[in-house]
Design a protein around this ligand. Structure first.
Ligand SMILES: NC(=O)c1ccc[n+]([C@@H]2O[C@H](COP(=O)([O-])OP(=O)(O)OC[C@H]3O[C@@H](n4cnc5c(N)ncnc54)[C@H](OP(=O)(O)O)[C@@H]3O)[C@@H](O)[C@H]2O)c1
Length: 309
């Protein structure tokens, strides 16, 4: 006996990673179904070395009897089919932005706030934060527990994988076109992405921030602590996979670089003891520095956390 798992958005950048991870981690699934739009019906996706999943149509799929739905079909599609799956008894774990800020839906990063899961049964939906938020809060959590964070200023360097498979195709095609002098028209990104950095992810809001920057602010508050002040600048860079971040953190309590590093190392050790399969964002992949002007007693380390491989 195992779980019956539906992967929704299975042909996309996130969905394919989910299917790969289910197989790699030998998740106890008795059955896995791949769902996407009508365009992809019949497409084949490898599941582990031996199995092939034939994509089915989300629109007509009946979730009755399915235990877990891993959703990443885009916010508008999750908005319709997430509640439909949840009502049929399937626990929906949604990667899109649609449910994240709803008060009765837990927004969970397992290494940071697993206790929030207690509330999931009300709607049968669990939301997953934005990818930039996830890797930042994993690093911030042990520092907040130890030194109480007052303020965070973060700048991101986000790969095109965050814009899905079409974003990755656009970087590939634009880079190739540049070399042979062909014209490039941005479609997924607002400017040409080849050899360029674009400080514009998602749409602009009234205060001049982008929605991506807003997400980092409100999601961090919901997951970690509403009292933390967060200021984010999100930039798309011409890299296929892997987000990086520069995070400037101000604490309430004095913290030296050595203490900050020790707190991050201890958290990594705890996680690897609990499971060999957790994220490794921490002292091992981070550069930690202190403001040159900070006094020895009130040091504010600057943390540059690299995305885990
Ligand atoms: N990429 C990331 O790093 C990342 C990280 C966290 C969260 N997310 C979120 O996850 C979602 C998907 O991202 P992605 O990068 O995987 O995008 P993507 O590569 O463009 O894939 C989109 C997936 O959704 C499916 N889909 C689109 N319209 C559909 C419809 N009408 N009915 C059923 N399925 C439909 C697509 O199926 P077809 O192939 O049939 O069109 C495809 O499987 C987005 O909301 C994104 O914000 C992405």
């Amino acid at each position: 006996m195992g779980y019956r798992v539906a992967v929704v958005g299975a042909t996309g950048a996130v969905g394919r990673e989910m299917i790969k991870t289910l197989a790699q981690r030998e998740f106890p699934a008795s059955e896995v179904v791949a769902l996407a739009s009508a365009r992809s019906v019949g497409q084949e996706i490898s599941f582990g070395p031996k199995q092939v999943l034939k994509v089915k149509n989300l629109e007509t799929f009946d979730f009755t009897g399915w235990d877990i739905g891993l959703f990443s079909p885009g916010a508008a599609i999750s908005a319709v089919h997430g509640p439909r799956a949840a009502a049929a008894g399937c626990v929906v774990i949604d990667n899109t932005s649609h449910f994240r800020m709803e008060y009765d839906i837990p927004l969970v990063v397992p290494e940071v706030n697993p206790e929030a899961l207690d509330k999931f049964a009300k709607r049968n939906i669990i939301a997953n934060p934005n990818c930039s938020t996830i890797q930042m809060v994993v690093a911030l959590k042990p520092l907040h527990d130890r030194f109480r964070i007052k303020r965070v200023v973060v700048s991101t360097y986000q790969s095109v994988s965050g814009a899905g498979k079409e974003g990755m195709d656009e970087l590939f095609n634009h880079t190739k076109a540049l070399f042979v002098n062909d014209p490039n028209t941005p479609e997924i990104f607002t400017k040409e992405i080849a050899y360029n950095c674009i400080p514009h992810i998602d749409r602009f809001l009234e205060d001049g921030s982008t929605k991506e920057e807003w997400k980092m602010v409100v999601e961090t508050k919901k997951i970690l602590d509403p009292d933390i002040a967060v200021f984010a600048t999100c930039v798309r860079v011409p890299v296929f996979i892997g987000h990086a971040e520069s995070v400037d953190v101000e604490f309430e309590r004095p913290a030296s670089v050595a203490e900050a590093r020790a707190a991050l190392r201890a958290a990594t050790r705890r996680r690897s003891t609990a499971s060999a399969r957790t994220r490794s964002t921490s002292a091992g992949s981070a550069r930690i520095r202190r403001w040159p002007t900070a006094s020895a007693s009130g040091a504010s380390p600057t943390i540059c956390a690299k995305a885990p491989p």
